[in-house]
Design a protein around this ligand. Sequence first.
Ligand SMILES: [Zn+2]
Length: 244
Amino acid sequence: MTNITETCRDLNELTAAAQLACRLLFQECYKAGIVDIFITETFRSQARQDYLWEQGRTRPGSKVTWVTTSNHTSRRAWDIAVAPPKDLYNISTLSKVGAIAKKLGITWGGYWPASNYDAPHFEIQTTWKAPAGFKLEGTVIVPSNSKLKVQLIVNDKGQAVVGVNDGKLYRVQSGTFTTQAQANAAKQALGKYKIANADYVRIAQDGNKWRFITGTYATQAVANNAITEMKRLGILSYAESIQA
Ligand SMILES: [Zn+2]
């Protein structure tokens, strides 16, 4: 974090326990059919927390925070929002996520009293552990923008790619690969087909596996070409064709 006006959406900036809690929350949301939520902020520096506190007090604007210390600065909190066409803070959706959080021992700001009510906010205590009966069942895609859907990839045989109609754009979304070489090959295969937004193309080490997330394609044909190419290269174990 270099700029106090910028929000950080990187889950990896949270504590290991908070990352697990957040992934479990998104996994259980996925299983409950809630896939249109995404992260809007994770870690917040104290300098940024102070900056937000000043808003509506010593700086113009509406108040956006009620605390000078936050579990965002302790790396144990994250905020979410709801993707279009719903409202950004659609309370029906946030309430369902809040109820799931409660089952997981995660604190939801929507249960707080009016004085510090914070419906997009979730956090864990330092002592949090996953409750009995809950564990990660696969790779959980935790979106950090409104175009990506929550996904749980359980058919994880080393390679997995699913095509998703993403509003007006077409997305090829992958699961995990057993080696970095496979992930790189997938990235190259997609690169041949003009990825519309290269910012989303990244390879991340996810435990001892390699995760690959692509950007969006302008047309369904181009996205399907990318899937075909990956199949030809033998770096897919399954793929769904994209629905128009
Ligand atoms: Zn928050």
